[in-house]
Design a protein. Structure first.
Lengths: 370, 205
């Protein structure tokens, strides 16, 4: 009987002790920083959603490295005997990862927002530049290389707009930078050429004033060709009577220097001869006395200073003639009007009528403002 | 005394048994990782980035959950296995979706490319018909340079397409398409203006 009681006692003791031991074992098991790891992962995920891997790459990469380090340490600790495990490092890496991920997220949001604003401004500016380029230089004889750069710049700007609208700001930025390089470079190049051209404005103004004074004084007709506006102005006694559209030589910017340069000369000329009927292939023509003494002197000086080859020849046969109305500068240096306009001009002018050809009657700033 | 020793050993054996009864479902982990890798190879990050990101997040949380279980005295991988099954299915879907999206983008590039080429050709014809009045011809000259740039852009898009970078090709060809259509509209408007005037003039007579 005693033996039975002893057995019951032992069994009861074990039945009570064993769960207690198990509970104690569980209680003293080291706990991994699960919450911290979850939080870090959550922040990493949030950062990724906010494109931190693009807009805050450094911080995001650091956050990821810290998270991976936490995982590596966690795995390492889990390989040790359960009661020898220490998760301090894991927790520390998880904290660092969360901190960096949070910073990456904030940084990404602000960077992309700033970039969005900045790029929009750049796109608008470049769009404005394209409009300006079109307005100022569509009919300006730019070198084909510059024209190609402008066209390429425009396409790149369009591509930038497309990727910008998709929220791909870094890609948009690269394309905008390339487009900006092409467009602003071309604009500066063209503007410099234009500014240099307009340096002669005071001379042109003097010629215009003299031409108008002479017209007034002699009570006679005189013609002024404004190359930049492509206009042919006809004055009688200093008052404007007619305005016609004029077409010029293909390379009309700058004065004519040499035979075959396709440039329309600039200077004060007179009508030397009048041709009509079968004497001209351009319906009717007014031959100018180009080259005049000034042109010859300039040409000789350029040969002497070596800016023109010694074998160069001075051009000639510059006319105001018909067959115009093509809407493009197509002549080899002459001024083309429509046949109907040519009829008017031909009728009112005579041999000796002054023809003054200038770059522009208005200053560059007025041209640009217009 | 002998009984006591036996009882103690039994208790230790039970603890050891309970603490090691759960095993990491390594085969499933490997299969899921392989599926994620396959999705990555299918350019899921490019074509279905949000979905791919979700699968990656899911795998990360599974890895953490595995370590949580490994940290415990009594491991339980049942729910993780369920999660792994779900993630594996999601990864496979992402790979399929990425391939489908890629194919869709590819087709869009092809369609846009064909359309742009047709517009370029039409623009060539329209340029011959376009009015060449005051400044018209000069504008046409500028348009010709723009058209040359568009054609170069189409060639670039084709090169990107041949390389298999369809998203970049699409962005490029869309820009070319916008520009070519812009010129097309300008030309048609200019022609319409001229054609619009003629009947009016005829009426006046």
């Amino acid at each position: 009987m005693r033996k039975v009681w002893r057995g019951v006692l032992i069994f009861t003791a074990i039945a009570v002790t064993l769960p207690l031991v198990i509970l104690l074992l569980i209680h003293f098991t080291p706990h991994p920083p699960t919450g911290k790891m979850d939080y870090a992962r959550e922040l990493l995920s949030k950062a990724e959603v906010n494109k931190a891997n693009t807009y805050s790459k450094k911080l995001f990469t650091e956050a990821r490295i810290f998270y991976d380090s936490a995982m590596v340490n966690w795995k390492k600790e889990n390989k040790r005997f359960i009661y020898f495990r220490h998760y301090d490092k894991v927790a520390s890496f998880a904290d660092l990862s969360a901190k960096k991920a949070s910073q990456a997220c904030e940084n990404s949001v602000s960077t992309s927002a700033n970039l969005k604003i900045k790029l929009k401004q750049k796109i608008d500016t470049l769009d404005g530049l394209v409009v300006q380029l079109d307005q100022l230089f569509n009919t300006y004889p730019l070198p084909s290389e510059i024209r190609n750069r402008i066209s390429k710049g425009k396409i790149l700007l369009k591509e930038a707009e497309i990727v910008y609208n998709k929220g791909m700001y870094f890609q948009a930025n690269r394309k905008i930078t390339d487009s900006e390089y092409l467009l602003t470079g071309s604009y500066e190049n063209a503007s410099t050429s234009l500014k240099n051209y307009f340096k002669s404005f005071s001379v042109w103004k003097r010629w215009v004033d003299k031409t108008l004074n002479d017209s007034k004084k002699n009570n006679d007709y005189s013609i002024i060709i404004d190359k930049f506006s492509r206009k042919c102005f006809i004055y009688l006694s200093g008052s404007r009577k007619y305005i016609f559209d004029a077409e010029l030589g293909k390379n009309w910017v700058g004065s004519k220097r040499v035979k075959g340069d396709m440039a329309t000369p600039e200077g004060m000329y007179k009508i030397a001869k009048k041709f009509d009927g079968g004497k001209t292939k351009y319906y009717k023509a007014l031959l100018l006395d180009y080259p005049n003494d000034d042109d010859k002197q300039k040409f000789r000086a350029e040969i002497e200073n070596g800016s023109l080859p010694a074998s160069s020849k001075i051009g000639g046969l510059i006319e105001i003639h018909g067959n115009g109305g093509k809407g493009i500068d197509w002549t080899e240096g002459c001024i083309a009007l429509t046949d109907r306009e040519m009829d008017v001009v031909f009728k009112i002018v005579r041999v000796g009528t002054p023809v003054t050809i200038i770059g522009s009657m208005v200053e560059l700033k007025d041209v640009v403002d217009k | 005394m002998k009984n006591k020793v036996l009882m103690g050993l039994a208790a230790i054996a039970m603890v050891a048994f309970l603490s090691s009864c759960g095993k990491v479902p390594q085969a499933k982990v490997d299969a899921t990782n392989a599926a994620i890798e396959a999705a990555q190879t299918a350019e899921a990050a490019v074509y279905v980035p949000a979905e791919f990101s979700a699968v990656q997040d899911s795998m990360k949380s599974i890895n953490a959950a595995i370590e949580v279980q490994k940290s415990k005295l009594f491991k339980k991988f049942g729910p993780i296995e369920v999660k792994l099954d779900e993630t594996l299915a999601a990864a496979n879907k992402v790979a399929t979706d990425a391939a489908a999206k890629k194919d869709e983008v590819k087709k869009e590039v092809e369609t846009t490319m064909t359309a742009v080429k047709a517009v370029i050709e039409e623009n060539g014809t329209l340029m011959k018909k376009a009015p060449r009045g005051k400044e018209g011809a000069a504008v046409l000259e500028a348009m010709k340079t723009d058209m040359a740039a568009i054609e170069a852009s189409v060639a670039d898009a084709q090169a990107l397409y041949d390389k298999g970078t369809y998203m970049d090709a699409l962005n490029k060809i869309k820009a070319a398409s916008d520009k070519a259509n812009g010129i097309n509209t300008e030309l048609k408007d200019a022609i319409a203006k001229v054609h619009g005037k003629t009947p009016m003039a005829a009426k006046k007579k």
